[in-house]
Design a protein around this ligand. Structure first.
Ligand SMILES: [Zn+2]
Ligand SMILES: [Zn+2]
Length: 151
């Protein structure tokens, strides 16, 4: 997991819930850096949360740059809760990013700290990535997808 900057590994892992129907959207949420041009708080995740959300509408471009986005909606209640970065723009690819392409708006989700097995301590990202094999497989798939888009 060398491409994930160490600064992200010290972040806490959040469990994200849909604020409309309260279902769990994702168990690997990270509080995101504020993106250029916005002051909105976001959460992000790395694994496509396809069990809980679906892509809706058509693609559009992020205001501050040329990242190609598509909104995502909660599968249970149908409300839009965030967006997926379908194709990151070149400056964003070059800048320090955590490789997370699934974003949730903080006003549409609520988060809880994910605890470790003992239930005593909040889980950090560095605790996750070394043990979650499924995670690495999914990221591999993801990179292939991008190559196709960027060609
Ligand atoms: Zn919902
Ligand atoms: Zn961008």
């Amino acid at each position: 997991m060398s491409f994930v900057a160490s600064v992200f590994k010290e972040r806490q892992v959040s469990i994200l819930h849909c604020s409309f129907c309260r279902q769990v959207l994702c168990t690997r949420g990270m509080k995101a850096e504020l993106l250029g041009g916005t002051d909105e708080e976001m959460f992000s995740t790395d694994i496509p949360p396809t069990d809980s959300v679906d892509l809706v509408g058509s693609c559009y471009y992020f205001k501050a740059c040329q990242c190609k986005l598509k909104n995502i909606a909660c599968l249970r209640c149908g409300n839009e809760v965030g967006y997926h970065v379908v194709a990151p723009c070149y400056p964003c690819l070059l800048s320090c990013n955590n490789g997370h392409l699934w974003m949730f708006h903080s006003q549409f989700v609520f988060s809880k700290n994910r605890m470790d097995k003992s239930g005593m301590y909040t889980l950090l990202w560095k605790d996750l990535s070394d043990t979650d094999e499924k995670h690495e497989g999914m990221l591999g798939l993801h990179e292939d997808e991008h190559e196709v888009y960027l060609r």
